[in-house]
Design a protein around this ligand. Structure first.
Ligand SMILES: Cc1ncc(COP(=O)(O)O)c(C=O)c1O
Length: 434
């Protein structure tokens, strides 16, 4: 069914196979939260799980918990819980540190596995990916090149045969464009390059098949679609075939083959544990574990179906565009304008499902309109966010969003734009975090 009215959405929510998950989250009254692609909502079980970790595991059992509560193995047990969400085997993923740190480890390890010296990235990637690549290149003597991964440049750059490592985001943080992970991995391998994937905007948002695609390395955060909380630990995937040779730069005792020998020389652990460095944030791990226990019950195929239906609905109401209906306005050489039947909003997120993640990014043609429109919407209880230079981002999280929420958010957005409500001066004042 193609929902067009609010009543249609109510009906879709009634038959939604994921509807019960909403109860697993704390969602403030009167808020439609479309920022789960930035910071996921709080699972209801998390405060209790964290309190238990603090009061019982730490407060009562003290140091015994390294053994009795499985603290030492948390990076591996949590990695095994993330593995099905990224299509990996349980012993190919570890949890620990942050995304930027893991990215550095994976990139340097991959660069050290190649005798080439080009590390290829994307020009528009999230800044930490660009900066970390710079640092990894400096350490290894590699040279960084950047291309637009959604155009012909990527194939051309790989075809030169001098790329050691390709780093790409699976879903672009700004536009929400989903890259063809299996096809790009295959193409990179055909040209002798290794691939590191950044899954920050795809884990928990789209089904991922790292092992089946032959991916080499991947990293991702857990505080967005995985709902583990602000600053939650990240994860790192390394294909099993690379475990014996991967030489990561932050060699620490948690990555040692026999850490309790306290040997003076470093000897990397045989498996993916060699990517660990030091002690991990175990309180934050408890929050991650609570959210992963929710994810263990979710079917990613159902999540994807609902995500696409929601982004279709949002696009249809806000821009009038949807797959197969008519060519996007940009494709026919025209920008939508207020007063011509559209709210003047244009999608920078691809319309075709094969290239869409779980977010919608919109532009309003007037320069500088994005930020105040998002602020005006937030005042109405619809929370999205803004990314420079002028993109309004809306994330869709099928576990806790209803179709009526999407309908209400989209119609509120159209109203804010059409009435000019966003032009009030207070909406233009920038907060520190946008
Ligand atoms: C693609 C991408 N990579 C990395 C990060 C963040 O890295 P970190 O978790 O180290 O802050 C983000 C944050 O939004 C991101 O979008």
């Amino acid at each position: 069914m193609t929902p067009t009215t609010r009543a249609d959405c109510v009906e879709l929510d009634r038959t939604d196979p994921l509807a019960a998950f909403r109860e697993e989250f704390v969602l403030p009254e009167g808020v439609v939260y479309l920022d789960g692609n930035s910071l996921g909502a709080l699972p209801r079980a998390t405060p209790g799980r964290v309190a238990d970790m603090i009061e019982r595991e730490w407060g009562r059992d003290l140091i015994a918990s390294w053994n009795t509560a499985g603290w030492w193995d948390k990076p591996r047990t949590l990695g095994a819980k993330i593995a099905p969400l990224v299509g990996a085997d349980p012993d190919e993923v570890v949890v620990g540190d942050g995304t930027s740190t893991n990215l550095f480890k994976a990139l340097v390890a991959a660069l050290r596995m190649s005798d080439r010296d080009i590390v290829l990235g994307e020009s528009g990637n999230f800044p930490t990916d660009l900066y970390v690549t710079e640092g990894a290149a400096r350490l290894t003597g590699a040279v960084q090149r950047r291309v637009d991964p959604d155009g012909p440049e990527l194939a051309a750059a790989l075809a030169t045969g001098d790329v050691a490592v390709l780093l790409l985001s699976h879903v672009d943080y700004r536009s929400g464009t989903l890259r063809d992970l299996p096809a790009i991995t295959r193409m990179a391998h055909e040209h002798g390059a290794l691939v590191v994937w950044d899954l920050c905007h795809s884990v928990g948002a789209v089904p991922i098949e790292l092992s089946r695609s032959g991916a080499d390395f991947a990293v991702g955060c857990t505080y967005k679609y995985l709902n583990a909380g602000p600053g939650a630990p990240a994860f790192l995937y390394a294909a099993r075939r690379h475990h014996a040779v991967a030489d990561q730069p932050l060699s620490g005792w948690h990555g040692h083959a026999n850490p309790f020998d306290f040997a003076p020389e470093y000897e990397p652990a045989p498996g993916v544990s060699r990517f660990l460095s030091g002690s991990q944030p175990l309180v934050a791990d408890a929050a991650l574990e609570a959210s992963l226990d929710v994810w263990a019950k979710a079917d990613m195929a159902q999540v994807r179906v609902k995500s696409l239906a929601m982004t279709d609905l949002f696009l249809r109401i806000t821009t009038g565009e949807e797959p197969g209906r008519r060519p996007p306005l940009r494709a026919v050489g025209r920008r939508p304008m207020v007063g011509d039947g559209w709210a003047g909003l244009e999608s920078v997120t691809p319309l075709d499902h094969a290239h869409r993640g779980s977010q919608v990014a919109l532009l309003q043609p007037e320069e500088g309109a994005g930020y105040p429109i998002v602020r005006a919407l937030i005042e109405r209880g619809v929370i999205g966010d803004f990314r420079a230079p002028d993109v309004m981002r809306f994330g869709f999280t099928p576990l806790y969003l209803r179709y009526v929420d999407v309908y209400d958010a989209a119609t509120a957005l159209v109203d804010v734009v059409e009435t000019g409500e966003w032009r009030q001066e207070r909406f233009a004042r920038r907060a520190q975090v946008t």
